[in-house]
Design a protein around this ligand. Structure first.
Ligand SMILES: NC(=O)c1ccc[n+]([C@@H]2O[C@H](COP(=O)([O-])OP(=O)(O)OC[C@H]3O[C@@H](n4cnc5c(N)ncnc54)[C@H](O)[C@@H]3O)[C@@H](O)[C@H]2O)c1
Length: 361
């Protein structure tokens, strides 16, 4: 499987390591800043020689020259949709970092074009592969929770000015969004996946409390109502003092309750179930950073999905659902009223530009 990577920044070593671990033929990488490619190779620290790796600054040139079978995209979020469509329209299977797009109609275009060109598209919500998360999901599928009542996700992390200063796209409505779109979207994906997928209504508040140099929110809270009657709360923030506190996910049903914690839903804190945990290694899964270990499993599943002609575990529709949820919270917060789902009109993160005060550096 000829593989190429577009975007060689902070998260990219996880892509390279995942591609390598799954035996992909890594032929080319693309970044407008060549020094980022060197940094990525250093940080990935793979035990192989990359001197024959082809480097590009323009992804279209790379796609036409290298003709990869599979591309993963780790560009600034505002560039995901264009890069994905450029890959898909060339018949290339495409894995997109989250959020898959910044605009609902772009997510729709990606889904439609993937069908037209018969290619597989997946989204990097890799936390679904955390061992603890897998255990919770198995319990849901086995019916151990009984009737689902409610759930909650809290993403309580710390991001300071140094983080936002790393790249110009961070914290901007058009290219990144705020903490719900960037950091909390994984948790929102997990919540929707666990509690039944289809949402009926969302109400949210978003604020920018501690980061006057970014455009978008640094704290968002929301309540969600699912079509199956379950309800849930969301709290996502980068306003923790000094360190990441936790990413916690809990689900409650008539016969079971489960609480996952750690910094990225990678430990089992409470397992009150009719049956014991199957994989006890999920009690505490060691990770190097909050990105977790999931990229390797996600890449493996994606390659198998391509080979077997099936949907990947995290498909484009799942990516769209997470995006739609964040946009619905943004809309509700901006309008001060609940938003009904599915959203019937197009919506984009940049529609909320100007919600908070003028930036101060
Ligand atoms: N799945 C996860 O857990 C996870 C973790 C971190 C980031 N992400 C997502 O991954 C994406 C990248 O995040 P990051 O933190 O690595 O960002 P980053 O800014 O560190 O990396 C982006 C890279 O893209 C390059 N780039 C920018 N414009 C380009 C262009 N036109 N052509 C080619 N290269 C270009 C930049 O030079 C940079 O090296 C974001 O969408 C982010 O939300 C996901």
């Amino acid at each position: 499987m000829k593989y190429a990577l577009i975007g060689c920044g902070r998260v990219s070593p996880n892509h390279l390591k995942a591609a390598n671990a799954n035996g992909f033929d890594i032929v080319a990488v693309c970044d407008t800043d060549n020094s980022h490619i060197d940094d990525m190779l250093d940080r990935a620290a793979l035990d192989r020689d990359f001197s024959d790796l082809h480097r590009y600054a323009d992804w279209n040139e790379m796609l036409d020259t290298e003709k990869p079978d599979l591309v993963s995209i780790a560009l600034p979020s505002g560039l995901h949709a264009q890069a994905a469509l450029d890959c898909i329209r060339r018949g290339i299977h495409t894995l997109i970092e989250k959020p898959m797009a910044m605009r609902l109609s772009d997510a729709d275009k990606i889904i439609e074009e993937a069908k037209n060109h018969n290619v597989t598209v997946g989204v990097c919500h890799q936390n679904r592969f955390n061992i603890a998360v897998q255990e919770m999901r198995k319990a849901i599928d086995a019916g151990w929770f009984g009737q689902l009542s409610h759930g909650a996700i809290t993403v309580r992390w710390c991001r300071g000015k140094d983080y936002y200063d790393q790249a110009d796209w961070r914290g901007k409505w058009a290219s990144d969004g705020g903490t719900l779109m960037n950091q909390c979207i994984h948790g929102i994906d997990l919540l929707r996946w666990m509690l039944g997928g289809e949402l009926k209504e969302v109400f949210g508040f978003t604020e920018r409390r501690q980061h006057p140099y970014i455009e978008a929110e640094d704290i968002g809270v929301a309540v969600l109502k699912f079509a199956n009657g379950a309800v849930a709360t969301v709290e996502g923030t980068v306003n923790c003092a000094e360190r990441n506190l936790e990413e916690h996910l809990s689900v409650f049903g008539t016969t079971g309750m489960c609480k996952l914690g750690g910094t990225s839903a990678n430990t089992v804190e409470v397992w009150q179930m009719p049956h014991a945990l199957e994989d006890v290694s999920g009690l505490i899964e060691q990770t190097e950073n909050v990105y977790g270990n999931g990229h390797t499993s996600l890449f493996r599943d994606f390659a198998e999905a391509v080979r077997d002609g099936r949907k990947p575990y995290v498909d484009a529709e799942a990516g769209r659902s997470a995006l739609e949820t964040v946009l619905a919270i943004y809309k509700s917060a901006a309008e001060g009223k609940p938003v009904t789902l599915p959203m019937t009109e197009d919506c984009a993160s940049e529609d909320f530009a100007g919600r908070f005060d003028v930036l101060t550096k």
